[in-house]
Design a protein around this ligand. Structure first.
Ligand code: BG6
Ligand code: MG
Length: 212
C-alpha cells in the first residue's frame, strides 16, 4: 500500500462542525459590529481559537486587551459547545463511517490531527473515537497550522515516519502544514478549490482508491 497511516483533520473533514464554528464566531462578530462572512470564515479553517479571533478583530478599528480577547474566545467556545451538545453520528460527513471502517480493515493506522481543543468530545459524540489509534489536537500543540507540529506529533503517536502518512484536510492552512511536514495531502471541500494539495477529492470514498 502507498501509505501506512492516514491523519484526518476533524472540523470540516470528518464532521460538519465547521458550520457551528462559523455561527458561533458570527454571533460574536455581529455583537462587536465587525463584518464577518463565509469568505472570512474560510481563513479560520484549521487555525486555533485565539488566532481565529485575531483574524476577526482585524475587521475592527478598536483595540482589545489580552483579557478582553480571552473573554471573547471563551464566549465563542461556550456558544460553540452549545451547538456541540446536539451533535450525533448524523453530523458526520458523507461516507465517513463506511470509509473509516474500510481503511481500518485494510490495515491502515488512523489518527486525528486537529487544532481543536474540543476534538475528543466531538469524536465521542459522533461515535467514531474508537476508529483512531491516536489523537493529536489543540491540547498537545504549541503552534497552529500552517505549522506542521500537529501532524508530526500525530505520525509520531502512530509510530510512523511523516513520509508514510497521508493527511486529509479541508483547510488551506492544513494543506500547507501537511506539505511542511513532508506528507502527501488529500484536500476536500474549501481546500480542494485551491488545487495546492497532492490530491483533490470530492468525496470520502475516493480515499480508498488513493491509498490502494
Ligand atoms: C479547527 C477549526 O479544527 O479548530 C478552526 O478548523 C478552529 O476553525 C480550531 O478555530 C480550534 O477549535 P476549538 O474547538 O479549540 O475552538
Ligand atoms: Mg478543518
Amino acid at each position: 500500500m502507498k501509505y501506512k497511516g492516514i491523519i484526518f483533520d476533524l472540523d470540516g473533514v470528518l464532521v460538519h462542525t465547521d458550520k457551528y464554528h462559523y455561527l458561533a464566531w458570527k454571533q460574536i462578530a455581529d455583537r462587536l459590529g465587525i463584518y464577518f462572512d463565509e469568505k472570512i470564515n474560510n481563513k479560520l479553517r484549521g487555525v486555533s481559537r485565539m488566532a481565529s479571533l485575531e483574524i476577526i478583530l482585524e475587521g475592527s478599528t478598536k483595540n482589545f486587551s489580552d483579557e478582553q480577547k480571552q473573554k471573547l474566545a471563551e464566549e465563542k467556545n461556550s456558544v460553540y459547545r452549545q451547538y456541540l451538545e446536539g451533535l450525533t453520528q448524523r453530523d458526520l460527513g458523507e461516507g465517513v463511517l463506511q470509509t473509516l471502517d474500510k481503511l481500518k480493515t485494510m490495515g491502515l493506522k488512523l489518527a486525528v490531527g486537529s487544532s481543536s481543543r474540543n476534538a475528543v468530545l466531538i469524536l465521542k459524540k459522533t461515535c467514531i473515537y474508537g476508529f483512531f489509534d491516536a489523537v493529536s489536537d489543540g491540547n498537545n500543540i504549541v503552534k497552529t497550522k500552517p505549522d506542521p507540529e500537529v501532524f508530526i506529533k500525530a505520525a509520531d503517536m502512530l509510530g510512523l515516519l511523516c513520509g508514510q502518512c497521508l493527511v486529509v484536510e479541508d483547510a488551506v492552512s492544513g494543506v500547507l502544514a501537511a506539505t511542511a511536514a513532508n506528507m502527501d495531502c488529500a484536500a476536500i471541500g474549501d481546500a480542494a478549490k485551491h488545487k495546492i494539495a497532492t490530491y483533490n477529492i470530492e468525496n470520502f470514498y475516493q480515499l480508498v482508491e488513493i491509498v490502494s
